[in-house]
Design a protein around this ligand. Structure first.
Ligand code: ZN
Ligand code: ZN
Length: 253
């Protein structure tokens, strides 16, 4: 199994997961044209996708979903809550899941799990193939026992590090937006991501990538330091999926 990011942050998110001859994309927060350009950078085109999975309806995760799905006739997987909020009935192939069922897309076994976030029915995913586990967690306000149980003992972890608490407090966001980002249905801070990581079995962990960094309220080195201190590793062992350049392919051995 291997994975790559087209880009991650408040201006757009999209992640590629490949297992055998199955290629899936998690979220598509870029325009169709921009998605084509970014996929090409990673050696693929949208027509190569077997599935488009959606975590929740926020624009930085769905901006390109309807157009891409129609243009390339892609099956879209999402919760009924996310679909209701999207209000797009023109997608040809809809597949619904909820936070408790496991489903398969080709060689990929997908385990969705629910997260606290200000969306209708937000889920994140663990992907499994041939005994390898890849966990994806962005857009959650905090860890829950369910999230911890879902993400335990992964071989690769893509983990939200949205903001540094002090930078958010001193930063340019309005008071209302600061409350939303740091509140009970907002986003995970570097410190929260570190605490979550500290509660997981990391004995199999080969890849750790910080995701969804705010460009106004965080810096890559702060996210890397927060996660590296938990694992007692070098900060640059922690990868960063950045907004413009994403993250190149990484393979789980
Ligand atoms: Zn987001
Ligand atoms: Zn969101």
């Amino acid at each position: 199994m291997r994975f790559a990011s087209l880009g991650s942050g408040s201006r757009g998110n999209a992640t590629l997961i490949e297992a055998g001859d199955t290629l899936a994309m998690v979220d598509c927060g870029f325009s169709a044209k921009e998605t084509e350009r970014r996929m090409h950078r990673l050696g693929y085109a949208p027509a190569d996708l077997d599935a488009l999975l959606v975590t929740h309806e926020h624009g930085d995760h769905v901006r390109g979903v309807p157009v891409l799905a129609r243009k390339y006739d892609l099956p879209v997987w999402l919760t009924r809550g996310t679909h209701g909020a999207l209000r797009d009935d023109a997608i040809a192939t809809l597949n619904f899941f909820d936070g408790h069922g496991v489903f398969s897309i080709g060689a990929l076994h997908v385990h969705p799990f629910t997260v606290p976030h200000d969306a209708r029915e937000p889920c994140q995913f663990v992907f499994e193939c041939a005994g390898q586990r890849l966990g994806v967690l962005t857009d959650t306000s905090r860890m829950t026992p369910h999230i911890l149980a879902s993400l335990d003992a992964c071989d690769a972890l893509l983990l939200e590090c949205n903001h540094d608490v002090d930078m958010l407090a001193r930063g340019p966001y309005s008071a209302a937006l600061k409350v939303r980002v740091g509140g009970p249905l907002g986003h995970l801070s570097n410190g929260q991501a570190g605490s979550l990581l500290d509660r997981l079995d990391c004995s199999r962990l080969q890849h750790l990538v910080a995701m969804h960094l705010s460009d106004k309220n965080n810096r890559p080195e702060l996210a890397q330091a927060a996660l590296a201190s938990v694992l007692d590793c070098e900060p640059d062992w922690v990868g960063i999926a950045c907004q413009d350049d994403g993250l190149d392919w990484r393979t789980i051995a």
